[in-house]
Design a protein around this ligand. Structure first.
Ligand code: C5P
Length: 228
C-alpha cells in the first residue's frame, strides 16, 4: 500500500491574528507545520508528502521538513484562495504510483502517525475514510440568540483530518467540484456528492483545529504535557 500525504498549510491565519500564516506560528518552540510533517513522515504507509503553502514559504518549509526527519520525497506547491483550491493544487503533484492520498490540515498539529495509518488502511478497503469524533455536548439550534430546538446528537460527529481516499476517487471528486463551481469545507463532502461511501475512523479529542489564540494555548499545554 502506497499513500501520499497532502498537508494544506496555505491559510492566512487571519482569525488567529498573529500577523503571519497560521501554519508558521510558533507552537511548543516549532512552527505549527513541523508537527504535521513529523506525523505524516512517521506514518508507515506514507511514501511522499505534498504541502500547499503561502507564497514565499517554500524555503522555510524545506528546513522544517529536514528538522522533522522527513526522508521521503517532499513536494511543495503554492496554495489557492480557498482550502479546496490548495488541496486541488497539491493533488496535481501527487505521484501516480500512490493508490491512496491522506489529506491533512496543518492547523491540526496533534494528529498522530497512527491516525494517518488508520485512515489510510480503512480507505484502502472502503475507498474513503475520515477521522471523526462523536459530539460530546448537547447540541442546540439557536436563531437570533434564542434556542429553537435540541438536536439529537447520537448520530452527530465532528469531522477532522486526516481524511484518506483512493487517489482516483479524490481526483474525480475535486475535478467535479471545480467544474461545477461547488465549494465544500472538507474533502469527504466532495466524495459524498459523487455518491461515494465514506467510513469513519475514531479521531482524537486532542486532534482539534487551531483557530483562535485560545486553541493555540491549549495545544501548547498539551504538547508540554506530552513532552513530560
Ligand atoms: O482556515 P482553516 O483553519 O479552516 O483552514 C484549514 C487548513 O486549510 C489550514 O491548515 C490552512 O492552512 C489550510 N488552508 C489552505 N489554503 C487556504 C485556506 C486554508 O491551505 N486557502
Amino acid at each position: 500500500m502506497r499513500a501520499s500525504a497532502v498537508i494544506v498549510a496555505a491559510g492566512s491565519g487571519l482569525r488567529l491574528g498573529m500577523g503571519q500564516p497560521k501554519a508558521f506560528v510558533t507552537l511548543g518552540g516549532q512552527p505549527m507545520l513541523f508537527y504535521s510533517l513529523r506525523s505524516a513522515a512517521a506514518a508507515r504507509s506514507v511514501v511522499e508528502i505534498v504541502v500547499a503553502l503561502p507564497e514565499g514559504m517554500a524555503p522555510a518549509a524545506r528546513s522544517l521538513a529536514e528538522l522533522a526527519g522527513v526522508k521521503i520525497p517532499l513536494k511543495l506547491v503554492p496554495g489557492g484562495p480557498r482550502r479546496q483550491d490548495s488541496v486541488r493544487h497539491a493533488l496535481a503533484l501527487v505521484s501516480a504510483e500512490s493508490e491512496l492520498v491522506a489529506i491533512h490540515d496543518a492547523a491540526r498539529p496533534l494528529a498522530s502517525a497512527a491516525l494517518f495509518d488508520a485512515c489510510i488502511a480503512t480507505a484502502e478497503r472502503s475507498g474513503a475514510a475520515i477521522a471523526a469524533i462523536p459530539s460530546a455536548d448537547t447540541l442546540k439550534r439557536v436563531v437570533d440568540g434564542q434556542l429553537v430546538a435540541t438536536v439529537e446528537r447520537a448520530e452527530l460527529f465532528q469531522a477532522q483530518t486526516p481524511q484518506a481516499f483512493r487517489r482516483e476517487l479524490i481526483l474525480r471528486a475535486h475535478r467535479a467540484a471545480y467544474a461545477d463551481n461547488w465549494t465544500a469545507t472538507d474533502d469527504a463532502q466532495l466524495c459524498e456528492r459523487l455518491g461515494a461511501t465514506v467510513q469513519v475512523v475514531p479521531g482524537a479529542r486532542d486532534n482539534f483545529k487551531i483557530t483562535t489564540a485560545e486553541d493555540l494555548k491549549m495545544a501548547e499545554a498539551l504538547l508540554g504535557a506530552l513532552a513530560g
